[in-house]
Design a protein around this ligand. Structure first.
Ligand SMILES: [Zn+2]
Ligand SMILES: [Zn+2]
Length: 254
């Protein structure tokens, strides 16, 4: 059992110390975990194509996780990663920066959606824009084709409020392409637990039909998520009902 999706307080919307996450993971029986905090970027500038990391936060993150990894090495294996958005213009700079900083793996969390007015918003906000959903799909596919992201987190994050038949048609094509690229799709505990728009039942029905590669991840924003084994059990049951198998992800190292 492995979970590569763990946040820290540094992202601004998670709780607990880094140590508490590790202690909780050990208590829950995990032998291997990964921290994958949100990239430390100034989102006001990032989607426009300017890469501006919050250097102080990023360095503190790396130092802290490395020190704890050493301290806990006999009890648990800890990986140091990051949950990244993909913006083509920033990609090379972003990759070089995080590699240099010591980040070892990326998962793709495409939280950015572009609005028809030329701005951008959180991809989990209700949207009726087909153009915006298509852009989300294209960005995810382009990102994963880079071969750098270990897996695609909450692939069904985009909250399309339009025609469900169109949603089904777009997502079927999306999943078909992801499967062709051997992309692993994450069944996300945060959305499952909070009854968000993801995991979307239509999306996961299609995942099942396509026999896609699936993993389960906690997307932990507080340490107690690790010890809530009941929810993970329900997630496994739900995947079973869908006829879906899941496997631990294989880390793609940067
Ligand atoms: Zn995310
Ligand atoms: Zn996350």
């Amino acid at each position: 059992m492995i979970n590569l999706h763990t946040h820290t307080v540094r992202c601004g919307h998670a709780r607990g110390t880094d140590r508490e996450y590790i202690e909780a993971a050990i208590a829950a029986g995990y032998k291997e975990i990964g921290f994958s905090d949100h990239s430390f970027l100034n989102l006001q500038q990032y989607p426009a194509g300017i890469f501006r990391p919050d250097e102080e936060n990023a360095k503190d993150y790396v130092q802290s996780i490395r020190a704890l990894r050493e301290e806990y090495k006999d009890r648990i294996t800890i990986h140091l990663g990051m949950e990244m958005e993909y913006v083509a213009k920033c990609y090379d700079e972003m990759l070089a920066y995080y590699k240099d900083l010591g980040i070892e793996y990326f998962i793709l969390g495409q939280h950015i959606a572009y609005t028809d007015e030329g701005g951008y918003t959180y991809a989990g906000m209700p949207s009726e824009s087909l153009k915006s959903m298509d852009r989300y799909i294209d960005d995810c596919l382009e990102a994963m084709s880079r071969g750098v992201f270990t897996y695609l987190a909450h692939p069904d994050l985009f909250k399309y409020m339009g025609d469900r038949n169109i949603y089904r048609e777009r997502m079927a094509a999306f999943i078909e392409k992801l499967v062709a690229e051997n992309v692993q799709l994450e069944y996300n505990r945060l959305g499952f637990y909070e009854h968000r728009n993801y995991p979307d039942p239509v999306f996961w029905e299609l995942v099942s039909e396509a026999h896609a590669d699936v993993c389960v991840a906690l997307d932990a924003h507080s340490p107690d998520v690790y010890t809530d084994t009941e929810t993970v059990k329900r997630m496994h049951e739900s995947l079973e009902e869908l006829g879906l198998r899941h496997r631990d992800p294989t880390i793609i190292r940067l």
